[in-house]
Write a protein that binds this ligand. Structure first.
Ligand SMILES: C[S@@+](CC[C@H](N)C(=O)[O-])C[C@H]1O[C@@H](n2cnc3c(N)ncnc32)[C@H](O)[C@@H]1O
Length: 377
């Protein structure tokens, strides 16, 4: 248990500067089938061209194209890599999780985002949110920076999104490449998408080309590993060991299942170095945000009460995440009785705040150089 204020305050560790989808848009009618549904096979790059806007509406066939029913949950139908649900329950979880992050950070971003997006006369600024999920970050950024245009991209965005006029949502698989976005954005944001990315190093290269000079990439992600109160990765003890706990066992099972689908979750730890080494990036910053997975603090101080609120919200998020993991674990070949034993026990222990666990969210950012040196021969 941590009950002193200085412990409570240290949620950051930094190594450098510290809807409806009804108005989703594509620029032209090319690539549409007779229902007005975008068909990526007909487009030049295999996906909606961008960023010039046009409108298509949700039709039955689009709904069927986007989602498939797997072990009791709707999952996206566009990627075999990302297999967490894409249904209302998951959208609600992502919205609540977003509020939790905002409560923790006091804003929607880390790093010099406000500087990058500041209004400059005669200059249009554009933001891309990769893997926009419920679309809440993209929508709130469009509201906070009304002079910017925001584009959100996801395998299966919610069908009820109602974005403001300066925000639009597109259906796409990032793993197919981002050529259609080259040279179009001042800020590219990617939060919690590594589980759906096959080659994050390759994506970084694509992102560098999508950014305008002096633009910024901001990644926020976790690596599907839990930490103990000393902020070291947890040990997974055998079941008969007195220190055995089910939540770390569940998170490890998810880690293995995501990797079996080629999700590049190990990239999270490498991103700062990759950005520093990349010839197009400079001013790389990194910051770890620590989130308690339960109410572990003395409620005697305001800071303790606040962190207990955050811990309770994180525990609720984990309870939903445990249910969300069932299709992925079953699809990865784990027997049903083992999955259900794991989920039931992880759920019970999280609900009862058994053990103290922390989650590390790693934020990494870098600015695109004004001039990119030519590639070494
Ligand atoms: C855990 S959610 C996070 C959503 C949102 N970024 C947030 O922070 O609330 C991951 C999202 O990334 C999307 N995603 C994962 N892989 C993707 C890919 N290859 N292309 C497009 N979207 C992807 C998923 O569909 C899902 O909505």
């Amino acid at each position: 248990m941590s009950d002193n204020d200085s412990d409570i305050g240290s949620i950051y560790t930094a190594t450098s500067a510290p809807s409806t989808f009804a108005s989703s848009t594509v620029p032209t009618t090319s690539g549409m089938d007779e229902d007005g549904v975008f068909d990526s096979r007909h487009s030049e790059f295999g996906r909606p061209p961008s960023p010039a806007p046009s409108i298509f509406s949700i039709t039955h066939s689009l709904r069927e194209e986007l989602f498939t029913f797997v072990h009791g949950r709707f999952v996206n139908n566009n990627s075999q890599v990302y297999q967490l649900p894409a249904d209302e329950e998951e959208i609600d979880r992502l919205d609540r999780q977003h509020q939790l992050f905002k409560m923790l950070l006091g804003q929607n971003y880390l790093g010099p985002v406000a500087e990058v997006l500041r209004e400059e006369e005669g200059i249009q600024k554009d933001v891309l949110d990769l893997g926009c999920g419920s679309t809440i970050w993209a929508v709130e950024m469009a509201q906070e920076f009304p002079h910017c245009n925001v584009v959100g991209v996801d395998l299966a965005p919610p069908l009820q999104a109602d974005p403001p006029p300066n925000c639009r949502i597109e259906v796409d698989d990032i793993n197919l490449g981002l050529e259609h976005f080259y040279g179009s954005f001042d800020l590219i944001h990617a939060r919690l998408i590594s589980a759906g990315i096959k080659d994050y190093y390759g994506l970084l290269d694509d992102i560098s080309k999508c950014l305008r000079p002096n633009g910024m990439f901001l990644a926020v992600d976790w690596d599907y590993r839990l930490c103990d109160p000393t902020k070291s990765y947890t040990t997974i003890y055998p079941r008969n060991h007195p220190k055995h706990a089910w939540l770390p066992r569940f998170i490890r099972a998810m880690n293995v299942a995501v990797r079996s689908r080629m999700g590049n979750i190990d990239a999270v730890a490498l991103l700062p170095q990759w950005l520093k080494e990349h010839r197009s990036f400079e001013a790389v910053g990194q910051c770890d945000v620590w989130i308690p997975c339960g109410p572990y603090f003395s409620p005697d101080t305001e800071a303790g009460k606040r962190m207990n609120t955050i811990g309770r919200l994180m525990a609720l998020d984990i309870l939903s995440f445990i249910s969300a993991g069932r299709p992925l674990l079953l699809e990865s070949g784990m027997p049903e009785d083992e999955v259900d034993e794991l989920l039931t026990n992880a759920h019970r222990e999280t609900d009862q705040a058994h053990g103290e666990f922390w989650l590390k969210l790693a934020a990494t950012w870098g600015r695109k150089k004004l001039e990119t040196p030519s590639a070494p021969i």
